[in-house]
Structure formats: structure tokens, C-alpha cells
Design a protein around this ligand. Sequence first.
Ligand SMILES: CC(C)(COP(=O)(O)OP(=O)(O)OC[C@H]1O[C@@H](n2cnc3c(N)ncnc32)[C@H](O)[C@@H]1OP(=O)(O)O)[C@@H](O)C(=O)NCCC(=O)NCCS
Length: 146
Amino acid sequence: MLEIKSPQTKQEWEDYFDLRYRLLRQAWGQKKGSEKDALEDKSKHFGLYEKGKLLAVARLDVHEKKAQIRYFAVELEYHGKGIGKVLLNHIEDYCKAQQINYLFLQARENAVPFYLKHKYNIVEKTHLLFGSIQHFKMEKCLVIND
Ligand SMILES: CC(C)(COP(=O)(O)OP(=O)(O)OC[C@H]1O[C@@H](n2cnc3c(N)ncnc32)[C@H](O)[C@@H]1OP(=O)(O)O)[C@@H](O)C(=O)NCCC(=O)NCCS
């Protein structure tokens, strides 16, 4: 049984940022702490749990009717098992419920096929993170049925 919620306890927040750090920072020699930025308090956070174990994380930065997905990561040994799909669908449903009709993100090159599969379009090739990770801006318009 999967549960998606914002982390709440101190331990859940530690696990949340630790997963982010391990999946999105550590392999590129980045220091602990580099997985956070100044917008954490203003953002919406999603943790996907199975029997209390954190399997995936994502952050949503909302700007009125638009929102940016950031720091999206699935625990390594759970890749390719449909976990990312469940989390992305949940975020899109959340956005629709909030009348947010436009999602965008900066996708790492390795994640581009995942977002293409979910009908995100490539807008443009953007920055190179840590001197090696090519990013692509991607976007999707959500259809909101009232
Ligand atoms: C990218 C990532 C989030 C995908 O999550 P995942 O749980 O492995 O993906 P899923 O198993 O839910 O895949 C969903 C669909 O996308 C497809 N897909 C996922 N990754 C793919 C890839 N690299 N190439 C082609 N298709 C891919 C799957 O085949 C699946 O298709 P299906 O619905 O027809 O079966 C995950 O691999 C990850 O965390 N990577 C490391 C961190 C990262 O790069 N995050 C993105 C930052 S922008």
C-alpha cells in the first residue's frame, strides 16, 4: 500500500532530504546541505511511502496557475517499478485540484524519456549542472475538468 504525503516528523524530514542528497547530489561530489535551497519553507513537498519506508520524493514550487516540479527522485533499487509514475500522477492530480494548469521542470538528460512518456514536451536545452548533467526545460498543460 503506497501513501503520498508531506514529511511531518523530524525523522521523515531527515529521510526526505537524505534521499534527495543521495540521488541528486552525492554522486557528483556535492556536500551535504547542497540538496536544500532557500525555498523549502514556501514549497509543497511530496514523499511516497510504502509501509512507512520512503521510496520517492518531489517538490512543487507553485506560482499562481503554474508550478515547477523540482528534486524528483526515486530510491535507486525501486527504479523501473512504476513508483515515479505514481508520484508524478499524484502531483498532476494535486495541481488539477488546485486549478494549476501548467507544469514545467528542468529535466536531467537521463530523466527526459520518463517525462516524455508522461506527455511532457521539451521546450529547450538549458544548463549543465555540476559541469556534466545536461538539463532540458520540459512542460505540460493540464486539462482541468470542472
Ligand atoms: C527518472 C526517475 C524519476 C523515473 O522513475 P521510475 O520510478 O524509475 O520510473 P517508472 O518506473 O515509474 O517509469 C514510468 C514509465 O516511464 C518509463 N521510463 C522511466 N524511465 C525511463 C527511461 N530512462 N527511459 C525510457 N523510459 C523510461 C518507464 O518505462 C515507464 O513506462 P510504462 O508506463 O510504459 O511502463 C528515476 O529513474 C530517478 O529517480 N532517477 C534518478 C534521479 C533523477 O534523475 N531524477 C530526475 C531529476 S530531473
